[in-house]
Ligand binder design. Structure first.
Ligand code: NAP
Ligand code: GDD
Length: 324
């Protein structure tokens, strides 16, 4: 039985990856931070089948202990401060978690299990003010937020440790991927939750920032499969994972409101509070390499993703209110 360690297992991707690896027959260990109240909502249904150990990307000793306990064949480093706006208000902490945290984990791996395979959760945010459309593995980076700058560091330290020490370390450059488990502050879930609340009479308006921003949005369940595929290859390499389609926040609103019979123009309000100091306008990925070498392809299209998220929020809110 193969053993996997997931950092960030309590997050959106961590929960889908844990499910996927259990289905593949893995023994799964998740690293979690100590908190005064547990934050295991996304992995509650898996609790009996996974092992959780405490550790923190800020604490090198804890990472060594986690690896000694998990003895992993594969390490998936998904933990990070992942919300872009917070990276402007907490830039140093973002660098500690999202940049230096990668080095700490790679060093712990070198000490405890250098033969393991390592996945780093890199991001399309690294392309920022894009130099090329669509973006591929060879497109230069131009990060536009402290988060993206930290991710560029995480990407290159992964490449550097692969080249310096011969580690099997790969960087997955993933474009935005969403699901009903997405955090409520990200725009897709903010919209799906807002639409469900308006539909059920719990709210009347939805305040958003830049409606013209475009993203290449896919389904998180598809993207964790790509992470795993990268670690099954004969040699380590980096891959872009994306749908190859770009849509605006406005289009997301249109489909989401339309799905429940509402006109988005009557409810969406533009609020300058949600405008960012610097924006990433046109992200669209070229995943040709992942398609050719990993045999990876997305299974959920844009409209299907929007409807899945709205339906899930409607069901959750109806359940919470005890109504059909
Ligand atoms: P998420 O839902 O925000 O989850 C982040 C996870 O990191 C949580 O489990 C969080 O734990 C953990 N974490 C944060 N700081 C930590 C620390 N100091 N020590 C240990 N754990 C820590 O993020 P996600 O959407 O699943 O994304 C997973 C990874 O992929 C992230 O690195 C993100 O930057 C990257 N990524 C995401 C996307 C996307 O579209 N989703 C695209 C490209 C790259 P708590 O529950 O304790 O807070
Ligand atoms: N969050 C948010 N809230 N975003 C808004 C809003 C709003 O009210 N209104 C418009 N937007 C726009 C943002 O300006 C941005 O251009 C776009 O919606 C997407 O924002 P988010 O959903 O917050 O995601 P992100 O693209 O900044 O970052 C996510 O994807 C990255 C991959 O490209 C995160 O998951 C990152 O961790 C990930 O690396």
């Amino acid at each position: 039985m193969k053993r996997a360690l997931i950092t960030g297992i309590t997050g959106q991707d961590g929960s889908y990856l844990a499910e996927f690896l259990l289905q593949q027959g893995y023994e799964v260990t998740g690293m979690v931070r100590r908190a005064s109240t547990e934050n295991f909502e996304r992995i509650e249904h898996l609790r009996e089948r996974i092992r959780l150990v405490q550790g923190d990307l800020l604490d090198p000793f804890s990472l060594i202990r986690v690896l000694e306990q998990a003895r992993p064949d594969e390490i998936y480093n998904l933990a990070a401060m992942s919300f872009v706006p917070t990276s402007w208000s907490q830039p140093t902490l973002t660098g500690e978690f999202t940049a230096l945290g990668v080095t700490r984990l790679l060093d712990a791996m070198r000490i405890v299990c250098p033969q393991a395979r390592f996945y780093q959760a890199s991001s399309s945010e690294m392309y920022g003010k894009v130099r090329e459309v669509p973006q591929s593995e060879t497109t230069p980076f131009y990060p536009r937020s402290p988060y993206a700058v930290a991710k560029v560091y995480g990407h290159y330290i992964t490449v550097n440790y692969r080249e310096s020490y011969g580690l099997f370390a790969v960087s997955g450059i993933l474009f935005n991927h969403e699901s009903p488990r997405r955090g409520l502050e990200f725009v897709t879930r903010k919209i799906s939750n807002g639409v469900a609340r308006i539909r059920l009479g719990l709210a009347s308006e939805l305040r958003l920032g830049n409606l013209d921003a475009c993203r290449d949005w896919g389904f998180a369940g598809d993207y964790v499969r790509a992470m795993w595929l990268m670690l099954q290859q004969p040699a380590p390499d980096d891959y872009v994972v994306a749908t190859g389609e770009s849509h605006s926040v406005r289009e997301f609103c249109e489909i989401a409101f339309d799905h429940v019979g509402l006109d988005w123009r009557r409810h969406v309000i533009s609020d300058p509070r949600f405008i960012r100091p610097a924006e990433v306008d046109h992200l669209i990925g070229n995943a040709a390499k992942a398609r050719a070498r990993l045999g990876w392809a997305p299974s959920v299209d844009f409209a299907g993703l929007v409807r899945m998220m709205v339906d899930a929020d409607l069901e959750r809110l109806r359940g919470a209110a005890g109504r059909p």
